[in-house]
Design a protein around this ligand. Structure first.
Ligand SMILES: [Zn+2]
Length: 211
């Protein structure tokens, strides 16, 4: 289960991993806290349609929250809703934003990440929790968990392109996305001919690991 604030966050953060898990037979549920109605130049219905098309692309399920884009707070209401979702779906793995108070993240991301962490920590079966890299170059993001998504890169690009209403944003540009996906290969001391060198990666902070 992923829990992100807006309709394109999962696609930008961890869709390679989601596509990979889906191909391995995992059930994937995309939880989106708002409908992204404050995103530039677009009505909520359009963003909902884009996210739904992206989910359909890998045959994932999608759940929208009724929280207001731009005004999400770490409220008791948000934490309770997270707890209800966790109880209902019992995910083995939960993925959310990496967004601490000291990072440069969107305020909705900070609130959602905090609520997910509280709810996941309380869950009786203790799911694995990963926090995914955001769109900005955040110096406080120090990943400790990497996924080779080379085989999923084309799928990830395809679903990001489905978010046509966001096409003008800098972080939607293909060269930017390529650089982000490639840069983590520099973390591995592989010889130059190692295929991982040329690979695409997603990076996460592993917060808690299921036993
Ligand atoms: Zn967002």
């Amino acid at each position: 289960m992923t829990v992100f604030a807006h309709p394109d966050d999962a696609e930008l953060s961890c869709f390679g991993l989601l596509s990979k898990l889906r191909r391995q037979g995992w059930r994937v549920i995309l939880v989106i806290v708002t409908r992204g109605e404050n995103g530039a130049n677009c009505a909520a219905w359009r963003r909902v349609g884009e996210a739904t098309a992206a989910a359909r692309h890998i045959d994932a399920e999608i759940v929208f929250g009724d929280f207001q884009d731009g005004y999400v707070t770490r409220s008791a209401e948000l934490v309770s809703w997270m707890e209800e979702l966790l109880d209902e779906y019992r995910p083995q793995l939960v993925i959310s934003h990496f967004a601490g108070e000291t990072s440069t993240a969107h305020q909705d991301h900070v609130a959602v990440a905090a609520a997910v962490r509280i709810a996941a920590r309380r869950a009786r079966w203790y799911p694995t929790l990963l926090l995914a890299e955001g769109i900005d170059n955040d110096s406080t993001f120090q990943p400790n968990w990497f996924v080779d998504i080379t085989d999923e890169h084309a799928t990830k690009m395809a679903v990001i392109r489905l978010h046509a209403s966001q096409r003008e944003k800098y972080y939607m540009q293909e060269d930017y996305l390529e650089t982000r996906a490639r840069k983590w290969s520099l973390n591995f001391p592989n010889p130059p001919d190692d295929p991982h060198r040329k690979g695409y990666w997603e990076a996460f902070v592993l917060v808690q690991h299921a036993s």
